[in-house]
Design a protein around this ligand. Structure first.
Ligand code: ADP
Ligand code: NI
Length: 213
């Protein structure tokens, strides 16, 4: 039994229910399920994993224009259901350091619980769901699907890339790299298959684009 789970779930549902870039509540539910699956093979604090998985995108600047207000709302929510400051700090240590972009900037060593949530979040970015979310996200930000002449340049920031980037480039820029960055054996195994699915999709996509299939 994880205390306050029902309230935390309702809070997240309220916060992310109408999110339209692929970080909506269904993403959260998938991440929680994957995190629970990974947990079976690890000796980790279940409450911390599940709560961090539920809250990991609420205060992210891609889903809110006011991350600070959302952080305060998270603190209030956790306090309200009885969690103490050290626990709340551990939750933020995970959500602040688990993202791909955060990892490019600093190499913070995540706790085992953080590694599990990070793996779960990354698994939902690859495979069939990963393909769907990437096109959904690209459509939201007006990216073109593909342009053989545009390839990502090193050091391009997110805004610049979105202006020039294509959805297919995102696979090369990030998604194909995730498989080798998984922390846990369970996630590594699931990622193998998902990688093959994405690779087959992109190959087929390019062949059809070029009219060679
Ligand atoms: P991070 O883990 O660094 O927070 P994001 O939240 O930005 O990463 O990415 C989550 C998902 O959103 C990606 O896996 C992808 O599906 C989609 N996404 C992010 N950036 C782009 C992009 N430039 N083009 C297409 N999809 C993107
Ligand atoms: Ni996420």
């Amino acid at each position: 039994m994880i205390s306050g789970l029902r309230q935390i779930r309702e809070f997240v549902q309220q916060q992310l229910g109408y999110e339209t870039t692929g970080h909506d509540y269904t993403h959260i539910e998938r991440v929680v399920s994957l995190a629970k699956l990974i947990l079976k093979g690890e000796d980790a604090d279940e409450s911390l994993v599940v709560i961090a998985a539920y809250l990991h995108d609420v205060s992210d600047d891609k889903v809110t224009t006011n991350p600070e207000a959302k952080r305060q709302a998270i603190v209030a929510q956790l306090k309200n259901v009885g969690y103490d400051d050290p626990f709340i700090e551990k939750v933020f240590e995970i959500i602040d350091n688990m993202s791909y972009s955060a990892n490019l900037k600093t190499h913070h060593q995540l706790s085992l619980e953080g590694q599990i949530v990070q793996d779960a979040d990354r698994l939902d970015a690859i495979g069939a769901i990963g393909i769907a979310r990437t096109f959904y996200f690209g459509g939201h930000f007006g990216e073109t699907m593909y342009n053989p002449r545009i390839m990502p340049r090193k050091g391009m920031d997110k805004a610049e890339y979105r202006k020039q980037g294509t959805v297919i480039n995102h696979f090369y820029e990030k998604l194909f790299k995730l498989k080798d960055q998984m922390n846990t054996p369970t996630a590594k195994q699931i990622a193998e298959h998902r990688q093959q699915v994405m690779q087959a999709f992109v190959n087929e996509f390019v062949d059809e684009w070029n009219g060679t299939k």
